[in-house]
Design a protein. Structure first.
Length: 95
């Protein structure tokens, strides 16, 4: 990668961690949980229907992935994702 002047994935991952830049797959998870949370709190019933149909299942699968309760995930998902990235950098990855 040109930005970090290396092609070693481990070095790039460490540079991202220490410069506080998450990889895209972690940003995707954050955006997905944020979207599902917003569907839950909206007053529009047409938007609440997709959450009732698939949102709860998606949040449950993400909670299982991060090994936590669904309620904890929806409240602290940014912190959980960053901690998971830290575990990945240190070689203790689950995701």
């Amino acid at each position: 990668m040109k930005l970090f002047s290396t092609f070693d994935n481990k070095v790039i991952q460490q540079c991202q961690f220490y410069t506080n830049v998450l990889p895209m797959n972690y940003y995707y998870v954050i955006r997905k949980i944020s979207f599902l949370n917003n569907l839950l709190i909206t007053n529009n019933h047409l938007l609440q229907t997709p959450h009732d149909s698939f949102g709860k299942v998606e949040l449950a699968s993400l909670a299982t992935l991060f090994e936590c309760d669904g309620n904890i995930l929806t409240k602290t998902y940014r912190t959980l994702v960053k901690k998971q990235f830290e575990l990945d950098v240190n070689g203790q990855n689950n995701v």
